[in-house]
Ligand binder design. Structure first.
Ligand SMILES: [Fe+2]
Length: 322
């Protein structure tokens, strides 16, 4: 969304500047330097600049502008199209995990939505989840983004998701940064929709236990004692790096996100950068084994500080637990 806001701003600015310069030219006033006008086109405002040239009949006969601005516009449209494809093409990764259940379950994991749009009222995302026909949907944090808290976007997803299957939720680091009445209302609305909060608590699911850890508790967790071996334990947490904590609590399967696939996945090297600014983090996607415990790291769906994913499509995770 940050990128979208920037493009709107810079194109609007370019359009206005071309109009202002035309007006200055007519009045014989001091002009805006041509370098400045071209700079705004270079900064992503080529569409605004192009429209400014056409609407105000300004610089259209100067080759420097008549050639450069349309070329930049085509280039920027291609880059925007590429980025949109990379950021919005929804993919599904499926894993099979054997926990010795007699009744198989299908879990859909949604992580790091960060208020990203996937269709009107999240219809693209919800249709894909509905087609998977899960038994439960788990949300492993960062459903909203602390820098653009559009709770209504996240709530659109929740309202659709609870109609598909029971939804279980733990908070991420972005929810932890937020406070106030709007957040409280968002949580109230989620609970009223039927979402089960598993921050530092757990639910008996019959054949297995579904446990959760709030992101704020990962450093010093003491909410419940370790589980025994009576039932398999599926654990929800936001960050993958707390492997020893999850093991010490007796987790058999842990579902996490947080790393956003490292934003840019370089073939043969892995994810480039974690949200904690670690280059090439060890855990950025996929399924990992630690003794008898399985850890799944979702690449998530949205973005935060870094607004672009490359070779790292948004990911829904499906876990067939047997
Ligand atoms: Fe995130």
């Amino acid at each position: 969304m940050i990128l979208v806001y920037w493009l709107i701003l810079v194109n609007l600015a370019a359009f206005i500047l071309y109009g202002m310069d035309k007006s200055y030219a007519k009045k014989g006033a001091r002009r805006i330097p041509e370098k400045t006008l071209l700079l705004w086109a270079f900064l992503g405002g080529s569409i605004g600049a192009f429209l400014g040239m056409k609407v105000f009949h300004h610089k259209t006969l100067k080759p420097k502008f008549a050639v450069t601005v349309p070329l930049l516009m085509v280039l920027e449209l291609v880059i925007c199209g590429f980025c949109l494809f990379q950021n919005y093409r929804l993919t599904t990764s499926t894993y099979d995990v054997d926990l010795g259940l007699s009744d198989d379950i299908k879990i859909v994991q949604v992580s790091d939505l960060h208020n990203q749009f996937f269709g009107i009222r999240q219809s693209v995302l919800l249709d894909q989840i509905e087609a998977i026909d899960p038994d439960i949907i788990v949300v492993t944090g960062d459903i909203v983004d602390s820098t653009h808290t559009s709770y209504s976007i996240a709530m659109d997803f929740i309202e659709g998701a609870v109609k598909i299957a029971p939804v279980y939720y733990v908070t991420g680091n972005h929810e932890n940064r937020l406070h106030g009445d709007k957040l409280d209302k968002f949580y109230d609305d989620m609970r009223a929709s039927g979402v089960v909060f598993l921050d530092d608590t757990y639910a008996d699911m019959g054949e297995y236990t579904l446990a959760g850890i709030a992101d704020s508790s990962l450093e010093s967790f003491d909410a419940y004692p370790a589980f025994g071996d009576e039932k398999p334990v599926v654990m929800l947490a936001h960050e993958p790096d707390y492997v020893s904590l999850y093991q010490s609590l007796g987790a058999d399967l842990v579902l996490t996100g947080h790393v956003h696939g490292g934003q840019i996945i370089i073939p043969g090297k892995g994810g480039l950068l974690s949200p904690d600014f670690t280059f090439f983090p060890e855990l950025y996607e996929g399924m990992h084994s630690y003794g008898s415990m399985t850890l799944i790291v979702s690449r998530g769906l949205g973005n935060s500080v870094a607004p672009v994913r490359i070779n790292n499509f948004p990911e829904l995770v499906v876990i067939n637990v047997t």
